[in-house]
Design a binder for this molecule. Structure first.
Ligand code: HEC
Length: 201
């Protein structure tokens, strides 16, 4: 191998290591028992959207209570990969933070602002760890506030059926992340069976 080729090869290895390092920093971390560790720093990740009244199941507000906000964050390395490819890479970690909606706070009258955390949920893509579909779902809710780690929901939990049937890109609700839905449309990665008119049962 010539010196120039060798240098190029070494550079490629170095760059590869640097990239792997960058994605490893925000990759999901697990306990020895396979529980997902709750990431403390998700507010430094990429913010995708806030929904109002998007909640379902146990997080649904009691009748008469204000509909809560849902804030969605994703790890920066996965976000950058999605911009390039329109696909979520292995190691993608989403955080869904649900906060109560408050009315008439401070100077505001008539609007809604975000209050205390109601729930923190997560989704991980890892096709080797979760060969049956590639995605797993977690909740950090515990009786004494958020837990430090959480086991994946079992495969028959409603998370899997709703996400796998109604998500527009793979099993994610990218149809609600406006800038990313545009990317998926441009790169042709919206699921062919995605039907914007179909409601969840
Ligand atoms: C009836 C459908 C439905 C069910 C059941 C459901 N979700 Fe979701 N999920 C959504 C929708 C809609 C969004 C879009 C974001 C929002 O709520 O604002 C979402 C977004 C998410 C996200 C952000 C990443 C993504 O996939 O777009 C996470 C994480 C998440 N849900 C976790 C869960 C977990 C954990 C469960 C099971 C306990 C669950 N979800 C059950 C409909 C559902």
């Amino acid at each position: 191998m010539s010196i120039a080729l060798l240098r190029r090869a070494l550079l490629a290895v170095g760059l590869g290591a640097a990239c792997a390092g960058a994605s490893a920093a925000d990759a999901p971390r697990f306990t020895a028992a396979g529980e997902l560790r709750r990431p403390a720093e998700f507010r430094e990740w990429v913010f995708l959207t806030s929904g109002l009244g998007m909640t379902y199941g146990p997080n649904k507000p009691a009748q008469g209570a204000s509909a809560p906000f849902s804030n969605v964050f994703v790890t920066p390395a996965a976000y950058r990969a999605f911009l390039r490819t329109g696909h979520w890479p292995d190691g993608t970690l989403f955080l869904l933070e649900i906060r109560g909606a408050e009315e008439n706070v401070s100077i505001n009258s008539g609007g809604r602002t975000q209050g205390a955390v109601v729930a923190i949920e997560a989704a991980v893509k890892d096709t080797r760890r979760y060969p049956d579909g590639g995605w797993a779902y977690f909740s950090f809710d515990g009786p004494q506030g958020p837990k430090d780690s959480a086991a994946p929901f079992p495969r028959d939990a409603s998370c899997y059926s709703c996400h796998s049937q109604h998500g527009a890109v793979e099993w994610t609700f990218t149809q609600f992340y406006p800038t990313l839905f545009e990317v998926a449309r441009r790169l042709g990665t919206v699921r062919p069976d995605y039907d914007p008119a179909r409601k969840a049962q």
